[in-house]
Design a protein around this ligand. Structure first.
Ligand code: NAG
Ligand code: NAG
Ligand code: NAG
Length: 332
């Protein structure tokens, strides 16, 4: 029912009332939007403040033996709530030698909680791997950027010999932007954007602390870096390229590759001809395959199954070989 049509006085009152109503609704809307903005902001803020495990940033800088500051390596490992066996094998083997480690999980699924896990607000699927890595890097930057010299990103089927990684990095300056790993050629659409290629995600790649700074302040602030979709390693490659982070060589002093994107037996047994017949050829370093494939100082291997992680561990760290000749073959 509308009484306003009866008299002019009544009409103006009604108009006043509806103006008041409109104003009220406007104020109410402002309040709602304001509070949801604050909620969103504080969520983002809280997320950035509290997602990392509590003692993630406490890393000893001083070495006990000599006066040189110790190199601090943070390992971030892509895994999923479905891959507990893989995560356990990584947890019990090579990752013990990182200064800190972080298993990247999606908070959307049930996954273990420990001092070494980060639960990220992304979905658990291949299309969200980029988001996992990107968000983790943002958290590390905002909370712990001064606690690490290098960040190693690996998968849960990567085996890393951390001592050899330390050696490879020992003549490099973490205060300079650097991106290291097994370099692949981009293909398809990515090729246009990545003429220099990118580092294989499965072989693991390494960022200096300056590279972390640059990617957070440049790449992540532009549209150059996807958050969802694409392949994690190629997307990060694009993002680092857009951030002006240079790629450094991972060849050891013996001139051979130290990061391995295939499983070890493939590296050891494929010959150049077989490799060349397998399209698309992605390897950029173009090193030899087969008998002379790999460095004496390898850093990483990919496609390592959980039970093989324990084998690698034993073969690398526990066994000794009785040599008749004290000199090692090819020593030099
Ligand atoms: C890894 O191992 C440690 C013990 O060294 C344990 O506390 C932790 O729960 C394990 N799992 C994860 C995901 O960190
Ligand atoms: C395989 O290729 C590498 C590098 O391209 C070369 O050094 C090596 O001699 C080749 N090996 C054979 C058996 O042709
Ligand atoms: C390997 O060596 C470590 C450290 O010395 C030891 O704790 C472990 O039991 C050894 N593992 C095997 C299978 O011998």
């Amino acid at each position: 029912m509308n009484f306003c049509n009866y008299t002019f006085v009544c009409m103006t009152k009604c108009i006043k009332l509806s103006r008041l109503k409109v104003f009220g609704i406007f104020v109410l809307l402002l309040l709602i939007m304001g509070s949801s903005w604050t909620a969103l902001y504080s969520l983002k803020h809280r997320e950035l403040k509290t997602l990392l495990p509590p003692d993630m940033c406490s890393v000893t800088r001083q070495s006990s033996q000599d006066r040189k500051p110790r190199m601090r390596i943070m390992c971030i490992i892509l895994t999923s709530g479905k891959a507990l066996e893989k995560m356990n094998a990584v947890n019990k083997t090579w990752s013990k030698r990182c200064d800190k480690k972080l298993f990247m999980y999606s908070s959307a699924v049930k996954s273990p909680v420990s001092p070494y896990t980060i639960h990220l607000p992304v979905l658990e699927s291949r299309g969200h791997l980029t988001g996992k890595v990107r968000k983790t890097l943002e958290h590390i930057y905002h909370q712990c950027r001064d606690s690490f010299d290098w960040i190693l990103k690996s998968d849960d089927d990567t085996y890393v010999i951390i001592e050899n990684l330390r050696h490879l990095l020992s003549d490099k300056d973490p205060q300079k932007a650097a991106y290291l790993g097994y370099r692949l050629n981009a293909f398809g659409d990515n090729f246009l954007h990545l003429p220099n290629g990118y580092m294989s995600g499965g072989a693991g790649y390494v960022l200096s602390s300056r590279a972390l700074h640059d990617v957070v302040h440049k790449g992540f602030k532009t549209g150059a870096c996807k958050e969802v979709g694409g392949e994690e390693d190629a997307e990060m490659g694009k993002c680092l390229d857009a951030s002006g982070v240079p790629m450094l060589s991972t060849l050891a002093e013996d001139g051979k590759e130290t990061f391995h994107p295939q499983d070890l037996h493939t590296h050891l047994t494929l010959n150049n001809d077989t490799v060349l017949r397998e399209p698309p050829r992605q390897e950029r370093n173009n090193g030899p395959w087969g008998e002379s494939c790999c460095s004496r100082y390898p850093v990483s291997f990919h496609w390592v199954k959980p039970n093989e992680m324990y084998m690698f561990e034993y073969l690398i760290y526990n066994i000794s070989v009785h040599r008749v000749n004290t000199e090692r073959p090819n020593a030099g």
